[in-house]
Design a protein around this ligand. Structure first.
Ligand code: SIN
Length: 348
């Protein structure tokens, strides 16, 4: 293993070099410079952040599967004002709901996905149903063809991002999912954004060898609004750079359940995902490791006493498919506000 992270200096290729370093398979890179917020240690650049827990009502957080906001462990990074990392604020047992939404519900029409680009509407009508058989039968001989779910790379929600023009438009819009809207608003409230309006979402689906290149999310028309990012499944190395493409980045892990907020001076920073890594078993909540999620009798009473949850239970059948998928994959959901209050798209 070679150690490079510390020696990459600012310079023309600092970001690119580090991207390649963490992407490399042979020899494997040294990950010792990657910040791990799950260790809950404020060393180096990591600083504890005080959020605004009184802005989030406990019952509202509970309904979307979050711990009370006073228990969220939030961190910032020196040199990155406006960057917030919340280390898995999800209650035990709630991630399966969000994973099922990302795999079964959000890829459905009228949302848009990469498969629509080269398949007919009727072929992409029910990606989940058409993938279930092969994903729930581990004993099937090695399949020639990947299921649609395994070929899913992205889904867009709300104002659908146009990957060619890099624009959003008034014409290409469908309703933003209300459950994801509520989840995003609770996170935004806790971070001090009381009027965040989730208007667009991009889901990225990563296999173990996927990466996401260096980019900045600037297509939204109002950059004073935060960008929220939710991770599920396997872990990733995330690189957060500066306002210039070549600025040297900071590397950090994103594990399942982690939430990141890019706002203020950190809203328009270059970033990338060079590497997907197996989730450390200790960080994957038990329900993400095993077949579900039937509530042990000793927890049942506790659950009945708790406030009602709006999260629909995930059936064993659905969870078997999700679990098989996320055992080798990562899902990232970014939620954005495209237009500021009173703003509209420019006439073209
Ligand atoms: C993105 O930058 O759009 C996604 C980042 C991630 O997958 O964590």
């Amino acid at each position: 293993m070679s150690k490079m992270a510390a020696v990459v200096e600012s310079g023309e290729d600092a970001f690119k070099q580090l991207f390649k370093f963490y992407k490399r398979r042979k020899p494997p890179p040294d990950f010792s410079d990657v910040i791990d917020f799950s260790e809950h240690r404020c060393t180096g650049k990591v600083v504890p952040l005080k959020l605004n827990p009184s802005a989030v009502c406990d019952a509202a957080a509970y309904r979307v599967g979050l711990h009370p906001a006073r228990d969220w462990r939030a961190y910032g990074l020196q040199g990155y004002p406006g960057f917030v990392f919340i280390s898995n604020p999800f209650r035990k047992g709630s991630q399966p709901f969000w994973i099922r939404q990302c795999l079964k519900t959000y890829p459905q029409k009228p949302n848009v996905c990469n498969l629509d680009m080269h398949m007919s509407l009727c072929d992409t009508q029910d990606i989940w149903q058409r993938s279930v058989h092969s994903l729930s039968s581990p004993s099937l001989p090695r399949r020639q063809e990947k299921s649609l779910l395994e070929r899913l790379r992205w889904v867009t929600l709300g104002y659908h991002y146009n990957w060619d023009t890099k624009l959003y438009s008034a014409e290409h819009h469908t309703p933003f999912p209300s459950d994801l809207e509520t989840l995003s608003q609770q996170i935004a409230l806790g971070c001090g954004f009381s009027d965040f309006e989730p208007q667009a979402g991009i889901l990225n689906y990563y296999r173990s060898d996927s990466s996401l290149g260096i980019h900045v999310d600037e297509s939204e028309l109002d950059h004073s609004r935060p960008l929220l990012s939710f991770c599920f499944g396997q872990s990733a190395v995330f690189l957060l750079g500066g306002t210039q493409r070549q600025d040297p980045p900071t590397a950090m892990y994103m594990h399942s359940g982690d939430v990141m907020v890019m706002s203020g001076q950190s809203r328009l920073l270059y970033h990338a995902v060079p590497r997907i890594l197996p989730a450390p078993p200790a960080l994957l909540s038990p329900e993400l490791q095993n077949l579900p999620a039937s509530t042990p009798p000793e927890q049942q009473q506790q659950q009945q006493q708790a406030p009602p949850s709006e999260l629909e239970p995930v059936s064993e059948q659905d969870w078997a498919v999700c679990l098989r998928y996320i055992q080798s994959s990562r899902i990232n959901v970014t939620v954005r506000q495209v237009l500021g209050a009173g703003q509209s798209f420019p006439q073209r």
